[in-house]
Design a protein around this ligand. Structure first.
Ligand code: TRP
Length: 320
């Protein structure tokens, strides 16, 4: 068997980046740690487990939409594109599109190095005709194509599934979308999944599952700080909390301090009251027109939108 070859570009954040952003976030009130740090090797595994949970409908709904409309997506976008996937760490959903789209190259970008490398090699093995240029980078900081990426005959197409757009606040989402618009350029497309507003009970359950996998995912951030920053978080003194904030249209995820405590992180002491939280994630939910209006502010116009049979999740095709 020939070993599949991929181009691999490494702009992985350094331990100093992690320390600096964590310390800045813990000094703030309310305290906040950016969600991108969830995705170390263990966090990426836990996240893959979340996507299979009965309560976490997002992945199944999105896969249903992509599978049902893959031919239509290919017809609208055309072949020979350069397909870029920021945050495409496990390269799972793109497989649904590859045969129809027949892009000239696929560029997954992700912050989780080994996860990305393994997934990119697997895609290259499964689709031997496809050029794969994996780029290990924090796309919230810099969104540039690797220099080796070819100039496509077709359009540049960005793929941003998973409702990851909801993990930015709306202003940040507009900034990110504007960077994508610039990346794909005139005539370019963005295919993006955005979870819809819906009943609070469905949303609350999706982010606080009965098996406790989402809790483990959230708490892994504390374990990661213990491992990588020499922190001394007592895992038993913290709890996962997630709920839909209807006024803000977002899921909020927090780590709650169960008692008054002082924790050392990278040589600095932080004191927490009982009940005080570290805010670790938001997941904004968007109505279809609401999302199209947001994208318009970044220079995109709607080309098509599809939903699953239950109307839970939307996949938008946008063009510049
Ligand atoms: N973007 C997805 C969402 O908002 C996935 C996700 C990001 C997530 N962070 C999460 C899911 C934390 C569960 C818990 O749903």
């Amino acid at each position: 068997m020939t070993h599949p070859t991929i181009e691999f570009h490494d702009l992985h954040p350094t331990p100093a980046d992690f320390a600096a952003e964590v310390l800045a976030g813990l000094r703030r009130r309310p305290r906040y740690i950016p969600p991108k740090f969830f995705y170390d090797a263990r966090g990426s595994q836990l996240f893959d487990a979340i996507t299979a949970l009965p309560e976490y409908y997002l992945t199944r709904a999105e896969v249903e939409v992509l599978a049902a409309n893959a031919a239509e997506i290919a017809r609208r976008v055309g072949t020979g594109s350069l397909l870029v996937e920021p945050g495409g760490g496990s390269c799972a959903k793109v497989r649904i599109l590859l045969e129809g789209l027949r892009p000239c190259a696929y560029v997954p970008m992700d912050i989780s190095r080994e996860h990305l490398r393994a997934a990119a090699e697997q895609v290259a093995a499964e689709f031997p005709w496809l050029e794969v240029h994996a780029s290990c980078a924090d796309f919230t900081r810099a969104m540039t194509l690797p220099e080796t990426a070819p100039e496509p005959e077709g359009p540049r197409v960005a793929f941003f599934p998973g409702s990851s757009i909801g993990n930015f606040d709306p202003e940040g989402a507009v900034g990110f979308l504007a960077a994508v618009a610039e990346l794909v350029g005139p005539g370019g497309f963005l295919l993006i999944g955005a979870d819809r507003k819906k009943d609070k009970a469905i949303l609350d359950a999706a982010y606080d599952d009965a098996a406790g996998v989402t809790a483990a995912f959230n708490l892994n951030l504390l374990e990661r700080m213990n491992r990588e920053l020499g922190a001394d978080f007592d895992l038993a003194a913290w709890r996962h909390r997630a709920f839909y904030n209807e006024a803000q249209g977002r899921i909020e995820m927090h780590l709650v301090s169960l008692r008054p405590q002082t924790v050392r992180v990278a040589g600095e002491s932080f004191t927490f009251d009982a009940g005080e939280t570290i805010h670790t994630e938001n997941s904004y939910k968007y109505g279809i027109e609401e999302f199209q209006a947001l994208a318009a502010r970044a220079g995109f116009e709607p080309a098509a939108v599809w939903s699953d049979a239950r109307g839970l999740f939307a996949v938008h095709l946008l063009r510049t």
